[in-house]
Design a protein around this ligand. Structure first.
Ligand SMILES: *[C@@H]1O[C@H](CO)[C@@H](O)[C@H](O)[C@H]1NC(C)=O
Ligand SMILES: *[C@@H]1O[C@H](CO)[C@@H](O)[C@H](O)[C@H]1NC(C)=O
Ligand SMILES: *[C@@H]1O[C@H](CO)[C@@H](O)[C@H](O)[C@H]1NC(C)=O
Ligand SMILES: *[C@@H]1O[C@H](CO)[C@@H](O)[C@H](O)[C@H]1NC(C)=O
Length: 391
């Protein structure tokens, strides 16, 4: 029998007491000689009230430029270094002495991703080396006395999940689950670290024509929802549904409490193949919808605090093969929300949103009603898990 999330587990997740902390919203910044110098870009971040930045290409000079800004930094170690770091802890220290030790804590480094999307390259050897490499970076950090930096790796949602429909039935794909994800989750629990995932409702929307675009773009309409038929939970946007799929898969793997960091998410504003949805107007709707939704403090149905951090992809267009910009067929997409002169392509308010307590309370009341209904359903008719998923 396939392991599956029980109704009780889902219900207990819904009611898990937890300190609700605000989700951090950051941006992905890749510098280039054709862009303004980091000092100017950082000043721009500060004026936009951006408090967290992901640096997939963490040049030491750029890390230094963030000193004393109180902007938190998410760094990435290149995939090419994974074999040497896995084999030799000195290689981990070497990287840390180049990118962390000289700047920390003046530069507020909070996270290190050892490799990015390693599984998408289909390279089982380096995937095998992932957990030993992460462990070596963690051990090297703690040997220096730094315990506040979370060390993990970034997976791509589409590479690790079986299905996101319904989210409560989601699991991690085999064989990756057994040989890398499960050992990683054990390590993350042991080291109090977070799970990093790249998550693009745009990609899932493009793969599944039955999904209405409004559901992917945070547009609220009375009938714009998807119901998880196992749990009866209603999803009003694709982002929450995907985050909860990850959370449900972690529960199946035996880990309920690991924070989820969405290492990158966004919506393209241009596609050289003329994909009709890759437009400024949709990109703005997605990004502002995401920010407003996250700032509302409602979290996701399975986790009250939602994702711990979310990094928007990206500040400036980068059409290089190393990032997502360039496809194998030479076509490209633009994902940046700023022009190279730092003016915004469209307005986004990063500080938007309050904390509408009444909506949170409403949610609580609905959840309570739902619970009593389900309990009565179980008492009267038995386990609803036995019904077919018609999602
Ligand atoms: C630094 O940032 C944290 C959280 O982002 C905030 O709580 C704190 O007040 C900031 N400190 C300063 C000196 O701005
Ligand atoms: C580990 O790396 C260090 C520094 O790069 C090197 O001096 C040492 O010989 C390596 N050890 C092994 C066993 O490869
Ligand atoms: C785990 O990390 C969180 C924040 O990342 C911190 O608040 C907490 O104190 C840490 N717990 C332990 C046991 O280190
Ligand atoms: C920045 O660049 C964009 C696109 O090239 C242009 O439309 C805009 O006017 C520029 N803004 C400023 C302030 O120069």
């Amino acid at each position: 029998m396939r392991p599956s999330l029980s109704l009780i587990t889902i219900l207990s997740l819904l009611f898990l007491p937890s300190a609700v902390t605000a989700t951090t919203i950051g941006v992905t910044y890749i510098s280039s000689p054709t862009l303004p110098p980091p000092e100017q870009v950082i000043a721009n971040f500060l004026s936009l009230k951006i408090t967290a930045v992901r640096l997939p290409v963490p040049d030491p000079d750029i890390i230094r430029a963030f000193s004393y800004t109180n902007i938190s930094l998410f760094l990435a170690i290149p995939n090419s270094l994974i074999p040497s770091i896995a084999a030799n802890i000195s290689a981990a220290s070497l990287w840390l002495y180049g990118h962390v030790i000289p700047f920390y804590p003046r530069a507020h480094i909070t996270a290190i991703s050892v490799g990015t999307h390693v599984l998408s390259q289909g390279d089982v050897t380096s995937a095998d080396l992932l957990v030993p490499a992460i462990r070596n970076v963690y051990l090297s950090l703690t040997a220096i006395g730094i315990r506040q930096i979370t060390v993990s790796t970034t997976f791509s949602f589409v590479n690790i999940m079986t299905t996101s429909f319904p989210p409560s039935s989601a699991e991690f794909q085999q064989p990756a689950n057994s040989f890398v994800i499960k050992p990683l989750l054990d390590l993350l629990t042991e080291t109090n670290s977070s799970f990093f995932v790249s998550l693009y409702p745009y990609s899932v929307y493009k793969l599944r024509p039955e999904i209405p675009i409004g559901f992917a773009l945070f547009q609220q309409h009375a009938y714009n929802f998807r119901e998880d038929t196992v749990t009866g939970v209603r999803y009003r946007n694709l982002f929450d549904l995907m985050v909860d799929a990850v959370i449900a898969a972690m529960v199946v793997a035996g880990h309920e409490n690991i924070p989820v960091v969405v290492a990158d998410t966004g919506w393209p504003c241009f596609d050289s193949n003329h994909e009709v949805e890759a437009r400024d107007v949709y990109s703005k709707m997605y990004l502002q919808g995401l920010i407003n939704h996250v700032r509302s403090g409602k979290g996701t149905p399975l986790r009250k605090e939602g994702a711990a951090e979310i990094y928007i992809y990206e500040v400036f267009d980068t059409n290089d093969a190393a990032s997502m910009g360039l496809n194998s067929d030479g076509a490209w997409q633009n994902w940046g929300f700023c022009y190279p002169n730092m003016s915004m392509k469209f307005e986004i308010d990063f500080s938007n949103g309050g904390f509408p307590l009444t909506e949170a309370e409403d949610g609580m009341i609905i959840t309570c009603l739902l619970l009593s209904l389900l309990v009565w359903y179980v008492i009267l008719f038995g386990n609803p898990m036995a019904t077919v998923n018609r999602y």
